[in-house]
Write a protein that binds this ligand. Structure first.
Ligand SMILES: [Fe+2]
Length: 335
C-alpha cells in the first residue's frame, strides 16, 4: 500500500479531531491479556481505544513519517533503546503526572516516557557442558575458558545494545570493548535467530551458554510442547552479576506523543497503566514484572525463577549508551 493511501485509510479509521472520548494507541504489544487491559480502561473512563498494532521498528518509522499529522496519542513499545530512539526523534511530550511520579520508581522513567514492566537479560547454560561457577556474570562469558560455548543473537539487536549500554555505564567503554571481543572469540557459532533459538540450542548442547531475556525462559517453562520441555530439562538459569551491579534490566513502556490530539486521555491512559490492576495485565501478558513496587503477579514460572538483585541504573541513561555500544560491538565483530 502506498503511504498516501495508508494515511488516508488511517485518517478514516482514527479521527484525529474528535473530542477526548477516544484515544489513539500505537502499540508494539500483541498479547491477549492486553485485550482485557484496554476493555477495563474503556469501561472505567468511557474513553474508546483505537489501536494500531505493528512491529516495534515499523511503528516508530510510521510515527516519524506521519510527523505533525499523526493521529497517535500514545506509543507503547518494548525495549528502552527503542523508547530512547522515539525520544531522540522528539516524538514524546513531557508528561507531568503526580500519579506516575509516585507509582513508578525514578530509575524506571524519564520526563517523557515511563516503564510499565521489566524483563531481565539472563544467562542460560547447559547442565552437562558447563559448570555453574563459570557463568555467574556477563563478564565471565568473555573468559577464554568458555571458548566455542557462547551463543547469542546479533549484536545490533536492541536487547544486546541495551546490555552493552549498561555495561558502558558501569565499567566504561574500554572494558566493554574488551568484553565484547572476548565474547565474540567464545562464540560457538555466528549469531543467528532470536532468544528462544538460543535457549533451544543450549538445551540441545549445540551451545554451552547463552544470553536471553527472562520472559522467553518463563514462556518455555510454561510451555507444554514436548521439545520445549526437553530443552528446559537440559538447562539452568542464572541471574548474572549478583555479586556486582546486578542483573541487567530492560523495560517495556511508553509515553504520550507531542502531536497527540487527545492529550488528556493520553495521560489518563498512562496513569491507568500504572494502576495495580493494569500492572498485572501489562506485565503478566509477557511473563514480565510490574514496575510499580508491591504489585504481585501470580505467575508460576516467574515464581520458580525466584527473586534477584536487579541493576538500578537509570533506564534513560542506559538507553543513551546504545549508539556507543553499537560502535563497540561493530569493532569487536559481533554482527
Ligand atoms: Fe523479545
Amino acid at each position: 500500500m502506498n503511504r498516501l493511501l495508508a494515511s488516508l485509510l488511517l485518517a478514516i479509521a482514527l479521527p484525529a479531531s474528535a473530542a477526548d472520548t477516544e484515544l489513539n494507541l500505537y502499540s508494539a504489544r500483541h498479547y491477549q491479556t492486553d485485550e482485557a487491559l484496554y476493555k477495563n480502561f474503556e469501561k472505567a473512563t468511557g474513553i474508546k481505544i483505537n489501536r494500531i498494532e505493528a512491529q516495534e521498528d515499523a511503528l516508530l518509522e510510521r510515527l516519524k513519517n506521519e510527523g505533525a499529522n499523526s493521529p497517535a496519542d500514545v506509543f507503547i513499545t518494548v525495549d528502552a533503546t527503542r523508547l530512547a530512539k522515539a525520544d531522540e526523534l522528539g516524538l514524546f511530550a513531557e508528561v507531568k503526572s503526580k500519579v506516575l511520579e509516585s507509582r513508578i520508581p525514578a530509575h524506571l522513567r524519564t520526563g517523557e516516557w515511563f516503564a510499565f514492566s521489566t524483563r531481565a537479560r539472563v544467562i542460560v547454560y547447559n547442565k552437562i557442558a558447563i559448570k555453574a561457577a563459570d557463568v555467574q556474570s556477563y563478564e565471565q562469558l568473555a573468559d577464554p575458558k568458555l571458548k566455542n560455548q557462547v551463543c547469542v543473537r546479533a549484536g545490533m539487536h536492541p536487547y544486546n545494545l541495551s546490555l552493552g549500554a549498561a555495561m558502558i555505564a558501569h565499567e566504561g567503554e574500554a572494558k566493554t570493548e574488551a568484553w565484547a571481543k572476548g565474547l565474540v572469540a567464545n562464540f560457538a557459532r555466528a549469531p543467528k535467530g532470536g532468544d528462544t533459538d538460543q535457549i533451544k540450542a543450549v538445551g540441545a548442547g549445540e551451545c554451552g551458554v547463552a544470553l536471553v531475556n527472562s520472559y522467553y525462559v518463563a514462556r518455555m517453562m510454561r510451555s507444554t510442547a514436548a521439545d520445549d520441555r526437553k530443552a528446559m530439562e537440559g538447562i539452568n538459569v542464572v541471574w548474572p552479576n549478583q555479586q556486582s551491579w546486578g542483573t541487567h534490566i530492560n523495560v517495556s513502556g511508553g509515553g504520550m506523543l507531542k502531536t497527540a490530539p487527545h492529550k488528556e486521555a493520553a495521560v489518563k491512559f498512562l496513569e491507568y497503566l500504572a494502576s495495580d490492576e493494569a500492572q498485572i495485565y501489562f506485565a503478566d501478558g509477557n511473563n514480565e514484572w510490574p514496575t510499580v513496587p508491591g504489585v504481585k503477579v501470580k505467575n508460576p514460572a516467574l515464581e520458580r525463577l525466584g527473586p534477584f538483585k536487579a541493576d538500578t541504573l537509570e533506564i534513560g541513561k542506559t538507553s543513551k549508551g546504545a549508539i556507543a555500544a553499537q560502535k563497540i560491538f561493530d569493532r569487536a565483530g559481533w554482527r
